[in-house]
Write a protein that binds this ligand. Structure first.
Ligand code: UD1
Ligand code: UDP
Length: 385
């Protein structure tokens, strides 16, 4: 029997990371044949993420433009994915998460009458402005899909409240844990990669010698990129990081800066000259997992980092006003602190100065899955295609 063709779509770094485990699992199927389609919404960061899993997309639409706006990007993805699906006529399409690539690809598949599966479905803040535009993307994607692969029971309840048919809802866990475990097996946390990582990321010698290479020295891993924080939010984040460095003279800050110019310009300008704040290039996933293992805690607005770092025993302070990942906050592995410098500094001080509280939070259980989400997705697709 001919295998059913499943197009796995990814456009940005987190989609590649969270879909790689799904793609590799579908490759093991006797019934399904996965095809990795890159929209190319991201370019360098996408190539870096594919590289970490030794994968190359089967087809790349190469749609990124520098400083792209949402309307133009949405139109390009809709048109290009639509044309690709019309020509190749797969049996199913899988999208992951909440980016422009996800919404436009799901629409394109819907217009071609090809069934769509949504990986990491059912996340909600119920605030259309936060995260923007991701909350809208998720809300619009759900009614377009035949399968909803949900990370937790909370996400299932969200979809049931929206009158999505229960038979299409499958709680699988989040595929990010599958990918993280796959990568963690490759990356030995004890191995000293300081020199190689420092070289790849352009980490200054001072920071490498005084923090990365000193196991007893503490440093904070930072990532931030959310669109709703562009402008004032980033000014606040930069103020907070500088203040943190001043308040804690023995502590370092390592920040792999996202390639979006709306992030890069203010961050480089406002934090570029502090010895204990290392602003570096985006890290390959392998290096980033090693860094998460080595940091004291993470300060981040990233969805993926909220889900991953607690698996490695690292608390996360979330620099956002809302989160669609309440399970982590409830479990205590993540704390929602917004972008107000005072709140950031207060929350960081607790982790840096209250040893017992740090220990407690670094030992909590991660609620996002058991590393078998991709297997469950494969089983469901095999049974229904
Ligand atoms: C996008 C997603 C966001 C996701 C994030 C993950 C949307 C609307 N936003 O935000 O949900 O959390 O990716 O990182 O879908 N750029 C490069 N090279 C790259 C990547 C980006 O130069 O490899 C620059 C380009 O100038 C590009 C800009 O960043 O135009 C913005 O990229 P875009 O994908 O539109 O937005 P992100 O902020 O990356
Ligand atoms: N990540 C990475 N290198 C970095 C920063 C993050 O590989 O320099 C990984 C991180 O481990 C997580 C994902 O990228 O799996 C998160 O991507 P991002 O923060 O860009 O997007 P979000 O998760 O917020 O949508």
């Amino acid at each position: 029997m001919e295998k059913k063709k499943v197009v796995v779509v990814a456009g940005t770094r987190p989609e590649v990371i969270k879909m790689s485990s799904v793609y590799m699992e579908l490759q093991r199927s006797d019934l399904l044949e996965p095809v990795f389609l890159s929209t190319g919404q991201h370019r360098e960061m996408l190539a870096q993420a594919f590289g970490a899993f030794n994968l190359v997309p089967d087809h790349d639409l190469e749609l990124m433009k520098p400083g792209q706006d949402l309307t133009g990007l949405t139109a390009r993805v809709l048109q290009a994915v639509g044309a690709y699906l019309e020509e190749t006529r797969p049996d199913a399409v899988l999208v992951q998460g909440d980016t422009t690539s996800v919404l436009a690809s799901a629409m394109a598949a819907f217009y071609q009458n090809i069934p769509v599966g949504h990986v990491e479905a059912g996340l909600r803040t119920y605030d259309m402005q936060s995260p923007w535009p991701e909350e809208m993307n998720r809300r619009l994607v759900s009614p377009l899909c035949r399968w909803h692969f949900l990370p937790t029971e909370v996400s299932k309840a969200n979809l049931l409240n929206e009158k999505i048919c229960e038979a299409s809802c499958h709680v699988t866990g989040n595929t990010v844990i599958d990918s993280l475990l796959w990568m963690s097996n490759k990356v030995n946390a004890e191995e000293d990669r300081s020199v190689a990582v420092a070289e790849r990321l352009n980490i200054p010698v001072f920071f490498r010698e005084n923090f990365l290479e000193q196991k007893d020295k503490r440093w904070i891993l930072v990532t931030a990129h959310r669109r709703e924080s562009h402008g004032g939010g980033f000014d606040d984040i930069c103020k907070a990081l500088r203040q943190l460095a001043e308040d804690h003279p023995g502590v370092g800050i390592l920040y792999p800066v996202h390639l979006n110019p709306a992030v890069r310009e203010p961050v480089m300008e406002q934090l570029g000259n502090h010895e204990r704040i290392a602003l570096v290039e985006p890290a390959g996933y392998e290096d980033f997992v090693w860094l998460m293992n080595r940091c004291y805690f993470a300060l981040s607005d990233s969805g993926g980092v909220q889900e991953e770092a607690p698996s490695l025993g690292k608390p996360v302070l979330v620099m956002r006003d809302t989160t669609e990942r309440p399970e982590g906050v409830e479990a205590g592995t993540c704390e929602l602190i917004g972008t107000d410098p005072k709140k950031i500094c207060t929350a960081a001080r607790v982790l840096l100065e209250e040893g017992a509280e740090y220990e407690r939070r670094s030992q909590l259980k991660n609620p996002y899955g058991d590393g078998k989400a991709a297997k469950r997705i494969r089983t469901i697709l095999e049974a229904s295609l």
